[in-house]
Design a protein around this ligand. Sequence first.
Ligand SMILES: Cc1cc2nc3c(=O)[nH]c(=O)nc-3n(C[C@H](O)[C@H](O)[C@H](O)COP(=O)(O)OP(=O)(O)OC[C@H]3O[C@@H](n4cnc5c(N)ncnc54)[C@H](O)[C@@H]3O)c2cc1C
Length: 573
Amino acid sequence: MTSASAPPTSGAAAAAPGSRPPARPAILTVDDDPSVSRAVARDLRRQYGERYRIVRAESGPQALDALREMKLRGDRVAVLLADFRMPAMNGIEFLEQAMDLYPTARRVLLTAYADTTAAIDAINIVDLDHYLLKPWDPPQEKLYPVVDGLLDAWLAADHTPVTETRVVGHRWSARSYEVRDFLARNQVPYRWYLSEEPEGARLLAAAEASPDALPVVITPDGVTLTDPTDAELAGRVGLTTSPAADFYDVVVIGGGPAGLGSAVYAASEGLRTVLVERMATGGQAGQSSRIENYLGFPDGVSGAQLTDRARRQAVKFGAEVLTARDAVTLEVSGPARTVHFDDGRQISAHAVVLATGVSYRQLAAPGLDEFTGRGVFYGSALTEAPSCAGQDVYIVGGANSAGQAAMHFARHARRVTMVVRGSSLEASMSHYLIQQIAGVAAITVRTCTEVVAAEGDGHLERLTLRDNASGETETVDTQWLFIFIGAAPRTGWLDGVLTRDEHGFVLAGPDLVVDGRRPPGWPLDRDPYHLETSVPGVFVAGDARAESVKRVASAVGEGAMAIALVHRYLEKR
Ligand SMILES: Cc1cc2nc3c(=O)[nH]c(=O)nc-3n(C[C@H](O)[C@H](O)[C@H](O)COP(=O)(O)OP(=O)(O)OC[C@H]3O[C@@H](n4cnc5c(N)ncnc54)[C@H](O)[C@@H]3O)c2cc1C
């Protein structure tokens, strides 16, 4: 089984969304005669009821339905006892199909008289463990010793219950990757199964899902979602997607460090606060494998850990955190600021903090678009690191984010090659990171080099690199390319509402006052506050702000400062 899990959440395991306590393993018995069926179940329950769940069915199809449901819930099945002569489906046919779902469950056939043909068939077809004659009175002599032996044999193998969300998909499917990335970044534990491996196929069979409609997500309570949207997924794995109220003191848009900083300070200072995040809280910082320069963490901290703590802190203070909600319009009507979501819903507030950060810039070269999510990834795609074990990985970019990724992937990959357009790393990367990279033998840095093409059949298989000094090109075999070439703000939806610079970053405070003139349409008899945009009561914090310092600490600081200014705005309206 290929399995991968979201990074463990410290201290949150018991309450983690998308998981549940394991159920007792089951012993399933199926007999079409209701009185016999009840008698078997009664005898089994008396002896094993404390440690095992006894599941009873009165036909093969009914028993298979029960098994499918248990499979989807991640339950374990230890023993199957099936009557041989049943009208719709005989015991051998049932056991044969049951094996497709639970191949390691021990199998027993029950018959009313010695039917040697049935026994031989069962041994050949379903690898029968035992053959029991009815009646089995007294059970202490005829039934329990057999079942005890089968349970001992079953327990001897590893049957760890699966209590997490499960994802079944293709290795090279962009949407399968996005679903796993969404779960991982939201700290939802999950297991990943390739559709072509046995357990993946069994789960698809239990879900009666077509291998053509992937990914399939199975929640811990056994609900199957076929190719779900992020919002559907979020709702099913325990993330909050709908606001509890229509009106708040402050709406924070974006759940990176700036937005989380705002939410923590706003909620802790008594403001009714909602934070809206389109994908997963943490933002860019949540994708950083190790942040070494954040105050108070001398040994570094993973971005996911840092931002998960911040999210829990915000929630502890009473902030609502909505996930998988994209803010698409900001409407200003009188004193109210209304944010519209992609699903048509809206919320209003006295004030808004825009903390929408930046998103990765796309690299333009033939083939890259086609293979995005199928071997070509933007950002560190930490979920993919274990899949790169023993393979060659290429990383494009020469800044800190690329350097951190190289260090991270070097722990798994055979070789990591950094493809850097400039002539050295010195101009773009922190000194400490350059030194760390130089100390790792598995990392090679190719300067003055660019990726000029990508090729493959269904997924990335080859890259063409060009040496800009010599003009020579070289084709290399690889299935993994991670791109970090800077980022651009996602602020197109604010067009016509507030003032942005030529790159789309939001202008605020003193940057809006040109030659002593306030921004066009500014209605108040004062200058905009420091982080206030050209719309009073709408503030911007973090990477989305024009001329901001692109750092976690400054984003958090601006988030906190924006709330101090929200208070000032609310007092002086
Ligand atoms: C791999 C990597 C490593 C880094 N390492 C470091 C480091 O070691 N030290 C350091 O100081 N800095 C580091 N940085 C930079 C740092 O992470 C950023 O400066 C910081 O995250 C900016 O925070 P932010 O909240 O302004 O924006 P972001 O972190 O970009 O968060 C913005 C959030 O807003 C959401 N959003 C955007 N638009 C909408 C919308 N319309 N509706 C709802 N939500 C929306 C996004 O999904 C995102 O979650 C790193 C960055 C990366 C990518």
